[in-house]
Write a protein that binds this ligand. Structure first.
Ligand SMILES: *Cc1c(COP(=O)(O)O)cnc(C)c1O
Length: 376
């Protein structure tokens, strides 16, 4: 049996929504994008939402709209997808890496505090693989310093922290709709915020810095005014129409992910070689990814485990990377030591998890893991 690491399934409603946009002839940014923005803002509980072309574009424009530029520092975890640090470089600023807690894989507020300097312009926690970062202490620290928290919530749409949904807590939160995320628009991203002036700046920056939207421009006369250097980071109506349908299914998709993760947790509870994902009681994990750690007590290293599972047809892979050890950052991060990050990067193992996973598929993964790492 072959079990892929992830699988995207779009049903007839998404196909029909996309077809309706194609039939209408209006495939660029327009009413579907606005509907998608309203749906996400209503779901998370934010005043505004701005859809863009990717999660990376969302983070990039959020930092630009907050005035991050040359000479500034942004504190980010090194344990993340490379884009989390790249967006800081796009702005001409310097990413300052903070360590993570090897239990939750999330950025450690005590380490963020030590990384603060007079040049810190923003703190950018990542909600790691679907578990919100410890936003309370992080926002307190940022407030003391007078800087915003820009939350990389790419993996965490629908997750909660102290009873509130991610996207309604930090001053700015950024989501991704890449096919690896909880819902998808093919490619896509979005920022949520209560700051309508900030949202307006992001709206302008996503469309060349123009004074009005594509929709307004196409509908009427008048002229554009370009005050700022912007980009073409627009989402299209074709993508947003799929997103509107995906939003209707979000709670069901999350419930399914959580049930599958709980089944893994129960099956692996007695395996001393594995460190299982943990969610502190004040937050919910939506398991965008199911990542365990293969501890030094295991019979096999993480890489040997990946190879053994792959040989059984199981789409396992190494976990989240440490950005500071990638060639692009090695020189920039010379002398940086992040023991928690390096441990998780060395031991992290991602197992298949997707909402349509069958009981037989999951049993095959569990059997493979037990055969490779079970016992003492
Ligand atoms: C996926 C992801 C991104 C980038 O999102 P894209 O939509 O692929 O550009 C950024 N940060 C994290 C933590 C991610 O998982």
């Amino acid at each position: 049996m072959k079990v892929p690491i992830t699988k995207v399934e779009l049903d007839e409603r998404e196909v029909e929504a996309a077809a309706a946009v194609l039939r209408s002839g209006w495939v660029m940014q327009g009413p579907q994008v606005e509907a998608f923005e309203r749906a996400v803002a209503a779901y998370v509980g934010s005043r505004d939402a701005v859809a863009v072309s990717s999660g990376t574009a969302a983070l990039h424009l959020a930092l630009l709209a907050l005035g991050v530029g040359a000479g500034d520092e942004v504190i980010v975890p090194s344990l993340s997808f490379i884009a989390s640090a790249n967006v800081v470089l796009y702005c001409g600023a310097t990413p300052v890496f903070a360590d993570v807690d090897p239990d939750t894989y999330n950025i450690d507020p005590a380490h963020v505090k030590r990384a603060m300097t007079s040049r810190t312009k923003a703190v950018m926690p990542v909600d790691q693989v679907g578990l919100p970062a410890d936003l309370g202490p992080l926002m307190d620290l940022a407030r003391e310093q007078g800087v915003p928290v820009v939350e990389d919530a790419a993996c965490a749409l629908g997750a909660t922290y102290r009873g509130a949904r991610v996207g309604s807590i930090a001053p700015v939160s950024c989501f991704s709709f890449h096919p690896r995320k909880v819902i998808t628009t093919g490619e896509g991203g979005l920022i949520t915020t209560d700051d309508v002036a900030l949202a307006a700046r992001v709206r302008s920056l996503r469309s060349h810095g123009a004074s009005r939207s594509t929709f307004e421009r196409e509908k009427g006369g008048g002229a554009d005014v370009f005050a700022d250097l912007g980009y073409n980071f627009r989402m299209t109506d074709l993508q947003a129409a799929i997103g509107v349908e995906q939003m209707k299914k979000l709670d069901g998709l999350i419930a399914r992910r959580r049930a599958l993760a709980e089944r893994y947790n129960a099956a692996f509870a007695a395996v001393p070689a594995l460190h299982l994902p943990t969610a502190p009681p004040d937050r919910t994990h939506i398991y965008q990814t199911y990542m365990v750690r293969v501890t030094p007590r295991a019979r096999h290293s993480r890489d040997e485990t990946v190879a053994a599972l792959q040989a059984l047809g199981i789409g396992a892979k190494a976990g989240v990377q440490a950005i500071h050890t990638e060639p692009l950052y090695r020189e920039r991060a010379a002398g940086v030591s992040l023991p928690g990050t390096e441990q998780v990067a060395r031991e992290g193992l991602i197992l298949p998890l997707f909402p349509s996973m069958t009981e037989a598929e999951q049993a095959h993964v569990i059997d493979g893991v037990m055969a490779t790492l079970g016992g003492r």
